[in-house]
Design a protein around this ligand. Structure first.
Ligand SMILES: C[S@@+](CC[C@H](N)C(=O)[O-])C[C@H]1O[C@@H](n2cnc3c(N)ncnc32)[C@H](O)[C@@H]1O
Length: 146
């Protein structure tokens, strides 16, 4: 949110949603933080009210609390990613871009594959900064078709 706030500048607006409060809080006039569950319609509505219009970019680094039990964690990841994706029609403007963190597993791959037809261009990204052995990947999709 801090980096995005700098990138969009004074004219732009960044709204972040997390179950946990941001600490320390960000003292940036163009960045708003909402504490809540993004699967709750009311929380999404307040995020959209704060933004004032649909977003040009949606970034998600939402992640479930993992248990260490593979099957459980994959199921939790699948449910979370599906929830993120299902908010897109309400929050992302046509032509907009979407970046989503995911833990590489067949369930996440299926969700990314299903999303490909909703965007003009999509790609999977692995970051150099990602810890060795981590399953963290990013899915970048540009040009939302709505
Ligand atoms: C990997 S952390 C990233 C947190 C933060 N963006 C950062 O960079 O430190 C994943 C975050 O997803 C949040 N999260 C998971 N499920 C959520 C939900 N349903 N609604 C809102 N936030 C959620 C968690 O509270 C957690 O803070």
């Amino acid at each position: 949110m801090q980096v995005a706030g700098k990138l969009v500048g004074r004219e732009g607006c960044v709204v972040g949603v997390d179950l946990q409060e941001l600490t320390p809080s960000l003292e940036m006039p163009n960045v708003k933080s909402i504490v809540g569950d993004f699967t709750d319609d009311l929380v999404i509505r307040s995020a959209m009210d704060a933004l004032g219009r649909k977003a040009e970019v949606v970034l998600s680094d939402a992640a479930p609390k993992t248990t260490g039990i593979k099957a459980t964690d994959r199921a939790k990841e699948e449910t979370l990613l599906q929830s993120v994706v299902s908010t897109l029609p309400n929050v992302l403007d046509k032509g907009g871009d979407f970046l989503m963190k995911l833990l590489d597993c067949p369930e996440a791959q299926n969700i990314s594959n299903d999303l490909r037809t909703s965007f003009d261009r999509t790609t999977g990204i692995g970051l150099k900064a990602t810890r060795k052995g981590s399953k963290e990947r990013y899915f970048l999709a540009r040009g939302y078709r709505g």
